[in-house]
Each structure stands twice: as C-alpha cells, then as structure tokens.
Ligand binder design. Structure first.
Ligand code: C2E
Ligand code: CA
Ligand code: CA
Ligand code: CA
Length: 275
C-alpha cells in the first residue's frame, strides 16, 4: 500500500470492496449450511478446580465449509447475527446440544451460547421449553451463556425472557464477564446464576498485575453475591493454582481439554473421571 494521498484511499477502498464481497459470499453459503450438514458441535469440559472432576460441557459451533474448510465462529457468528440467520442456526445448536446431553448417563450440565438476537427474538423461551420437552433434557441441566451485549440490545425484553427461562429451571451464565459492555448493575438487574470470567484476564494473571487484580475482584464479587464463578481459557497449571488459591471453584480451558467431538469424552459421560 502507498503511505499517502489518493493511492492509500484507493487501496483501502478496494480492500473494503473485497471484504464486503467476502461477507456476502459467507452469508450466502451460511444459508444452506444447515441443510448441507456443514455444522457440527464440539464440547469443552468444565471442571472443578480442586478435584478436576467434570461438571459439564460448553457447546461450541463449528462450520466446515466445503471449499474453505473450517471457518472460525468469530468470523461467521457476527454475519449470522446481522443477517438474522442466527435464529435458525441457534435453534439447531440448542436442539442438537439438548438431544446429545439427554443421552448422557451422568447428570452433567450443557452450556449453550445464545446470541442477543436470539434472546430478544419472539417466543425464545417457548422455543427452549419445546426443545426441552422434545429431547427430554431436564431444564436443570441446561445452562444458557449470554453476554452483556445481549442485555443492552433490548433490556426489558431480555429481562422478560431471562425470567421465563429461569422459571423453567434453566440457569443463566454471564459470559465474557469483565469485557465490553459489562456493568456490575447487570448482575443485580438480571437473573444470573453464574459469572464466567473472560479468558483475556485469566491468560494475563501472571504477566499483568491488573489482570490478577480484576480476577480477584470478580471472585470477591461472586462470593459477595453468592454467585459461582467459572474461569475460562485456563491453559497452564500455574493459572490453575492461582485460581485455586484465590477461591475460584470452577474452570474451563485447554488445560482440562480442548473443544472436541463428544465421542472423545465418552468415558466422562458415564463415570466420574478426573481430567
Ligand atoms: P466464548 O463463548 O467465549 O467461547 C470460548 C472460546 O474460547 C471458544 O472459542 C473456545 O474454543 C476458546 N477456548 C476455550 N478454552 C481456551 C483456552 O484454554 N485457550 C484459548 N486460547 N482459547 C480457549 P471458539 O470456539 O472459537 O468460539 C468463539 C466464540 O464464538 C465463542 O466465545 C462464542 O462467543 C461464539 N460461539 C461459538 N459457538 C457458538 C454458538 O453455538 N452460538 C453462538 N451464539 N455463539 C457461539
Ligand atoms: Ca461461552
Ligand atoms: Ca470468552
Ligand atoms: Ca464470547
């Protein structure tokens, strides 16, 4: 790229054009991805910090594009949200995850990410109730992970839906806590059963004193409010000992297991195995 003048602008413009075409192409292909069986789910264990016992799994969506291969969720989820396709895709994720979890021999929880678009869509709580009925998964085993962005979009609607979900017995986890639009008052204003500390803080606990302070503060907040806190993105045993020392009881991350097809976790589903 040129560093000044018109040339830079043209380069930028061309680049924007390519980005827009890329986006349209992905959106186009997303429309047929469910029908073509291009989506699958991977599962990541959530474990007890002190014992390593597995409490449940978070479900993460994967898209294997026929020509591009695996497309990262960070790339296609925003496109699915902006185009409204997330409603169908999210419904597919919820149904598949509940169907799968209903077959497990142990009463482990299943965590499903729900986007703001879904949470504030018409009849979302009814849809979830129908899926639970259909699959036979007890509501107590479903945990919905939402981000605070979801609450800001349409707070009244979000609150109504969350109350309905809670009354069904489903639990709500506040995802990516500490980033973005997070505000402490959300924890009070919205029904919430668990706080998930964002992985950016966990990964910096040993290099950045501020990150360590924030993690301690979130753990203190959880204790004060009587809310369990789970740390995400735990990769090393040093990070785990820090969390254990600071009183964090639950963790998730590569240290315990990378997101993988559920087949890889079969022993965990029937026996109480430590990871
Ligand atoms: P998230 O909900 O914060 O999910 C955690 C992300 O951290 C996942 O990335 C997971 O693979 C990654 N991760 C877990 N442990 C570690 C670790 O120890 N180290 C590192 N470096 N990363 C770790 P993934 O699968 O790429 O998903 C990215 C985001 O896409 C998710 O962030 C979530 O916001 C969104 N997403 C994924 N699946 C779904 C879905 O079914 N529905 C919706 N609405 N969003 C989804
Ligand atoms: Ca999540
Ligand atoms: Ca996160
Ligand atoms: Ca996230």
């Amino acid at each position: 790229a040129k560093t000044e003048g018109k040339g830079t602008y043209r380069f930028f413009e061309a680049d924007m054009g390519a980005q827009i075409r890329e986006r349209r192409s992905l959106e186009h292909d997303l429309r047929s991805a469910i029908a073509n069986g291009e989506f699958n789910l991977v599962y990541q264990p959530q474990a007890q910090v002190d014992t390593g016992a597995v409490n449940g799994f978070e479900v993460l969506l994967r898209w294997i594009h026929p020509a591009r291969g695996s497309v990262p969720p960070a790339l296609f989820i925003p496109i699915a949200e902006e185009s409204g396709l997330i409603l169908k895709i999210g419904e597919w994720v919820m149904r598949e995850a509940c169907r799968e979890a209903a077959t497990w021999m142990r009463p482990l929880t299943v965590g499903v990410n729900v986007s703001a678009v879904q949470l504030t869509s018409d009849g979302f709580a009814d849809l979830v109730r129908r899926i639970l009925d259909e699959t036979g998964l007890p509501p107590q085993r479903l945990e919905i992970e939402i981000t605070e962005t979801a609450l800001i979009r349409d707070p009244n609607r979000a609150l109504q839906t969350l109350q309905k979900l809670k009354s069904l017995g489903i639990s709500i986890a506040m995802d990516d806590f500490g980033t973005g639009y997070s505000s402490l008052s959300n924890l009070r204003a919205f029904p919430c059963d668990k706080i998930k500390i964002d992985r950016s803080f966990i990964q910096a606990v040993h290099t950045n004193p501020q990150a360590a302070t924030i993690v301690r503060a979130v753990l203190g907040l959880g204790r004060g409010l009587g809310l369990p806190v789970i740390a995400e993105g735990v990769e090393t045993s040093e990070e785990l000992s820090f969390l254990d020392m600071e009183g964090c009881t639950e963790a998730q991350g590569y240290l315990f297991g990378r997101p993988a097809p559920i087949e890889e976790f079969v022993p965990l589903l029937s026996e109480n195995v430590v990871v």
